[in-house]
Design a protein around this ligand. Structure first.
Ligand SMILES: C[S@@+](CC[C@H](N)C(=O)[O-])C[C@H]1O[C@@H](n2cnc3c(N)ncnc32)[C@H](O)[C@@H]1O
Length: 359
């Protein structure tokens, strides 16, 4: 593959058993259950941070169950990148796959997946490979390329966990040329939003007759911050859409790879109502197949009834400023105003940054 991704799965310790152990920061008289004492800190943190919520996102599980049931043939060898608990590998086996090779970078996770697969009576149909996907070769797959690839290595940003690199690497080295890839692709989307709630936790105006606005000189308007880092569900905030939805990246996992997205591009937008643009909101859609029969989305309106999805993926926001010499000012717009959103991708497409300007 061209270059190693910069993002690695938390606790990817398959060939370096020196990961820092969970509980390293606990004082000696604090309790630490035996079952956690030999586990890597990043593994336990990742599982408790999002794996449980992810596994309880039943709409997510159903999206994969249906896609696998519709696309897997009885003769298929299926490859999974990042099996975690083994759930998707088991769904692929239940969908009728001849054999499933389930890759997992974390050794404890791989052992757990193996155990859970045995508990479910599927051990003869699934082989767990404890490695980073980029280290797996066709020899690990019994000398043959796979007919289908399934993965759920999507982050709060569609490509935030280097899905483009890992999937294209597997596609080129480990899949047959016409292999099905689930999800087949997706769109990274944005909205421009006004939100008094967000403004109230990211800037300050005045208290009584005291003007505090100079404090906003420290406001961060360059970082894309996950809503779960702020600790709120976007759908629970009071907000107004100034631009309701625009695409900033359209990705096809059957063809795209490293370098598919530009480092910088400009998207033309039109304000749909009068208001103030406080933030760029990001979310995504992923498709089961190239026909886009079924869609999985992190759009706030689509996750209102799905607490687990908001808690594991959520959305991301970057604050917007009207740059002035005295510091950031509110970005006011009138309905019909033409705007330009400059979108920057990191070299590995995993990180994004925005700048809003008037056209
Ligand atoms: C978001 S979880 C999904 C787990 C499971 N597939 C599911 O959908 O329930 C991603 C898992 O993939 C693993 N992972 C991510 N990228 C990987 C890669 N390139 N190679 C091997 N494992 C990877 C992580 O360690 C993690 O366990």
């Amino acid at each position: 593959m061209a270059a190693q991704p910069k993002w690695f799965p938390p606790g990817a310790d398959c060939d370096a058993n020196q990961a820092e152990l969970f509980g390293r920061d606990l004082e000696e008289h604090f309790e630490l259950p035996e079952r956690l004492a030999d586990k890597s800190a990043s593994l336990v943190e990742a599982v408790n941070d999002f794996h449980y919520a992810m596994l309880n996102d039943h709409e997510r599980n159903e999206f994969y169950r249906r896609a696998l049931a519709e696309q897997i043939q009885p003769s298929d060898i299926v490859l999974e990148i990042g099996t975690g608990s083994g759930l998707l590998a088991m769904l692929a086996a239940k969908a009728g796959a001849r054999h499933v090779y389930a890759i997992e970078a974390n050794r404890h996770m791989a052992q757990l997946a193996q155990h859970i697969i045995s508990v479910n009576g599927l051990a003869d149909r699934i082989t767990v490979i404890n490695a980073l996907s980029t280290e797996v070769t066709v020899e690990h797959l019994g000398g043959q390329r796979a007919d289908a690839l399934v993965s759920e290595i999507l982050g709060t940003l569609l490509l935030g966990e280097s899905a483009l690199q890992y999937i294209s690497d597997a596609r080129e080295r480990l899949l047959k040329p016409d292999a099905r890839i689930i999800p087949a692709g997706g769109r990274q989307l944005i909205s421009l939003v006004e939100s008094e709630d967000i403004k109230s936790i990211t800037s300050v105006q005045s208290w009584g007759d005291l003007d505090l606005r100079a404090f906003n000189v420290l406001q961060d308007t360059v970082s894309l911050v996950f809503t779960k880092q702020y600790g709120f569900r976007f759908s629970s905030t009071k907000h107004k859409m100034i631009v309701s939805k625009a695409t900033v990246a359209d990705v096809d996992f059957h063809t795209d790879g490293e370098g598919a997205l530009p480092l910088e591009m400009t998207v033309e937008l039109t304000a749909e109502c009068d208001g103030r643009v406080d933030a760029v909101l990001t979310y995504w859609e992923a498709y089961d197949s190239r026909e886009k029969t079924s869609v999985m989305s992190t759009e706030p309106s689509a996750t209102e009834g799905n607490f687990a999805r908001d808690m594991q993926w959520g959305q991301a926001i970057q604050l917007v400023e009207e740059a002035t010499e005295t510091g950031p000012q509110p970005f006011h717009v009138k309905k019909g105003d033409k705007l330009e959103l400059v979108v920057r991708f990191s070299e590995d497409s995993a990180v994004m940054q925005f700048s809003l300007q008037r056209a």
